[in-house]
Design a protein around this ligand. Structure first.
Ligand code: PLP
Length: 285
């Protein structure tokens, strides 16, 4: 079965789906995106993804190409047409196609909307969770607004590739003061040596992960001691547990950082409990 994409009002086979070479996503990376997990055909935490999309669009002063109800219908249609039961749905909004000029295009240029969906075998994520994954660390060299989910991902791309070439799953980024910000496409967490669960506060230095927000709810409901605060790389090396979170990885244990085992080098109990409880806490729609 060939995959189907939604592109600016039309559902097209992936091979025939395209946008103008003047689209500003292509020329400038001038756009935003969202990735939503699909489980059993349902969208997970869709409202939180929509809320963040709204914030990203407002931050970049891009108009929504369609209303929220229409966007919901399009996401479902793309999921259905691609027969995705477990996987993800991706949506991208650009500032539209216009004669190349750095400044915003004239009024009347419509923003562009692309939606795709793909299946992912959930057993792969489970296998990663059972084994745990390794991360490396790199300096955080991104722009000053990584809290906006923009298409400007070159430093993230290079960091992920460096991780792969090092045989690791992810790269954790470290700011100039030695504090971990987040991963190239995931948020970073530890259970510190004192047993307190910690993840960096969602200020301008990280993306406010939707999964992160739901995991904070799970931690609160479980009565875990939890702090939103920066943690240093040294603290992470000495942590009892570490893990990363995102829509597709949920909570995946980190068992080594820069080749050093974390805790006893195996997935930790707090991480695995949060992962187990995520499904019940997340909204399905
Ligand atoms: N941090 C970055 C830089 C990301 O790109 C992502 C997801 O793509 C996340 C964190 C996790 O966010 P979410 O849980 O909403 O997938």
């Amino acid at each position: 079965m060939s995959r189907v994409a939604y592109v600016n009002g039309r559902y097209l086979p992936l091979a025939q789906a395209g946008v103008s070479i003047l689209d500003r996503a292509f020329v400038f990376g001038d756009g935003v995106y969202e990735v939503c997990l699909v489980r059993g055909g349902a969208l997970i935490d869709e409202l939180r993804h929509f809320a963040r999309l709204k914030t990203s669009l407002a931050a970049l002063r891009i108009a929504a190409p369609v209303g929220e109800a229409a966007l919901k219908r399009i996401l479902r249609e793309v999921v259905a047409r691609n027969r995705v039961s477990d996987g993800l749905v991706y949506l991208q909004i650009s500032r539209g196609a216009a004669r190349r000029d750095h400044g915003f295009p004239p009024p009347g240029v419509a923003p562009g909307l692309v939606v795709t969906a793909k299946s992912l075998d959930p057993r792969l994520g489970e296998a990663n969770a059972e084994r745990g994954v390794a991360v490396i660390t790199l300096p955080d060299e991104r722009w000053a607004h990584p809290h906006i989910k923009s298409l400007q991902l070159l430093p993230n791309v290079l960091a992920k590739q460096a991780a792969r070439e090092a045989g690791a799953f992810e790269a954790w980024l470290v700011d100039r003061d030695g504090f971990v910000t987040e991963g190239s496409s995931t948020n970073a967490w530890i259970v510190a040596a004192d047993g307190v669960l910690a993840t960096r506060q969602a200020d301008q230095s990280i993306l406010r992960g939707v999964t992160r927000a739901t995991l904070i709810d799970v931690a609160a409901a479980a009565g875990l001691r939890f702090e939103e605060r920066p943690f240093t790389l040294e603290e992470a090396y000495a942590a009892r547990e570490a893990f990363l979170s995102s829509a597709t990885t949920i909570a995946t244990p980190v068992v080594a950082i820069d080749g050093r085992p974390i805790g006893d080098g195996r997935p930790g109990p707090t991480t695995m409990a949060l992962r187990r409880k995520f499904a019940a806490a997340a909204a399905r729609s």
